[in-house]
Design a protein around this ligand. Structure first.
Ligand code: ATP
Length: 456
């Protein structure tokens, strides 16, 4: 059945996945809190990424660097001078827009990132692109709007105490490249992965959790010798697709790979591919894979005066490694996962159910236990407590069985076990499958093994 993003947002709220931020005070624009079930999904998603890209890939190690860094980092990386978006105001209603985004919305074929400010202003005028709020077509000139959040460290509030909240986790990795390499005696090629909060004072946040000002990133910086002939870019692009397909089960028809052409590439990049997902509002960037050359290490070497090179033990020569960066937002990926999973399914003429077809490794609960009637709650609770030792389990005894099944469908619980009156005699229970709704009878002492088999 057709679905809308509004329906999904209402569902995620009512079921405890995502709440509006600061709701009791009327909210804070475009901020979202993750409820009890959303926090579970988020933690599991991050654990899956960490497992795949850090723990189980023998080439890589992890890191957890600070959010607030020495401002010299952001000067060297180019963020203080260049991390801006082109901002225009509607002269009539004063609403603010990103010039590049309104052009791209007007014509999806155009990549406004390659246009100069003058070209963008001209394009908007010639095509009469009107303000989405009031319909006027009278804008100010484009100004560059700095995206980094500024604050002050310590008691003084002057220039010398200005610091920034990081707009990406990547720079924390670059400045620790030598620390990680030396302390773990890593040899090229190797990668450093990190998960953490990033902040961008976006001009036009929105589309639910797609673009927010506070978000989390999962970034890998993979360092290799520029003379290494392995195609590391495609190695990581393949791994990214493998993660999407096989770990979090994103269907291939829901994403596509878009290679940046020459004009679109960032000045430091020789190759970039975006993985785009089919969001409810259209295709949008989910995951970026970029070849960053030696841009960052070189910039930090120049600015800090520290040697950022790697000493090749075989040739005894100093090398400034090149870098491949796969970078993805946690919440953006959750939006993709939620949207793919959310489904209203028609069961028969008069009945339908909402089911969250979340992949098994991301569900808040792996199994729910319920007694058919309250008289059986003691036995059902015993089973629940036993399962809780090995599984993420929940217990539900309120309402009729049909309603309880629907509740578990709505939050994506793959298996529901019902303890009924026959269970007292035959020492068996009924297990119901979320996706097929099929039920099977299974011995109590085989329940754990049944679930282990399903989850391994
Ligand atoms: P966009 O063009 O959408 O602003 P970007 O190209 O600036 O994104 P990157 O700097 O490459 O994004 O960041 C890497 C990843 O971090 C993105 O692919 C996205 O998943 C995530 N991300 C970036 N900005 C935001 C944001 N404001 N809210 C949520 N996720 C974000």
């Amino acid at each position: 059945m057709p679905k809308t993003m509004e329906e999904m947002i209402a569902h995620l709220k009512s079921q405890g996945f995502v709440f509006q931020g600061s709701e009791i005070y009327g909210g804070l624009a475009n901020s979202w809190d993750y409820g009890p079930l959303g926090a579970e999904v988020k933690n599991k998603l991050k654990a899956q990424w960490w497992n795949y890209f850090v723990k189980k890939n023998a080439l890589n190690v992890g890191l957890d660097s600070s959010i607030i860094l020495n401002p010299k980092v952001w000067k060297a990386s180019g963020h203080i001078d260049g991390f801006n978006d082109p901002l225009i105001d509607c002269k009539k209603c004063n609403s603010r827009w990103r010039a590049d985004k309104i052009i791209e919305e007007f014509n999806q074929e155009i990549n406004a990132g390659t246009m100069s400010n003058q070209e963008m202003e001209d394009f908007i005028k010639i095509n009469n692109i009107s303000c989405a709020k009031c319909g006027a077509c009278d804008y100010t000139a484009i100004r560059q709007f700095a995206l980094m959040f500024k604050t002050n460290q310590g008691v003084l509030e002057d220039e010398s105490s200005t610091v920034y909240l990081r707009p990406e986790t990547a720079q924390g990795i670059f400045i620790n490249f030598k620390n990680a390499q030396r302390s773990l005696r890593k040899k090229l090629p190797f990668g450093i992965g990190q998960i953490g909060k990033s902040f961008r004072n976006e001009i036009t946040p929105g589309n639910f959790i797609f673009r927010t000002r506070e978000f989390e990133q999962m970034e890998l910086e993979f360092f290799f010798n520029p003379s290494d002939e392995t195609d590391w870019f495609n190695y990581w692009l393949t791994n990214v697709e493998n993660f999407l397909n096989n770990v979090i089960e994103i269907k291939s028809e829901n994403y596509r790979v878009r290679n940046h052409d020459k004009e679109e590439l960032a000045h430091y990049s020789s190759q970039t591919s975006d993985i785009e997902f089919k969001f409810p509002f259209g295709w949008g960037e989910l995951w970026g894979v970029a070849h960053r050359g030696d841009f960052d290490l070189n910039a930090h070497q120049t600015a800090s005066g520290q040697d950022m090179t790697y000493l090749d033990p075989e040739t005894n020569s100093k090398i400034l490694p090149n870098v491949i960066e796969p970078s993805v937002g946690v919440e953006r990926m959750m939006l993709a996962i939620f949207w793919q999973a959310f489904e209203e399914e028609k069961i028969d003429e008069n009945n339908s159910r909402i089911v969250m077809r979340l992949p098994k490794n991301l569900v808040p609960y792996q199994v729910a236990v319920m007694p058919l009637q309250k008289q059986l709650s003691e036995q059902a609770k015993e089973l629940f407590n036993n399962l809780l030792e090995d599984f993420d389990a929940t217990y539900d005894e309120t309402g009729n069985v049909g309603k309880r099944y629907r509740r578990q469908d709505a939050i994506g619980t793959p298996f529901v076990i019902t303890y009924d009156f026959d269970s007292l005699e035959d020492k068996s229970v009924t297990i119901r499958d979320r996706d097929t709704m099929a039920q099977e009878r299974i011995k109590l002492n085989e329940v754990k093994q049944y679930l282990f088999d399903k989850y391994n």
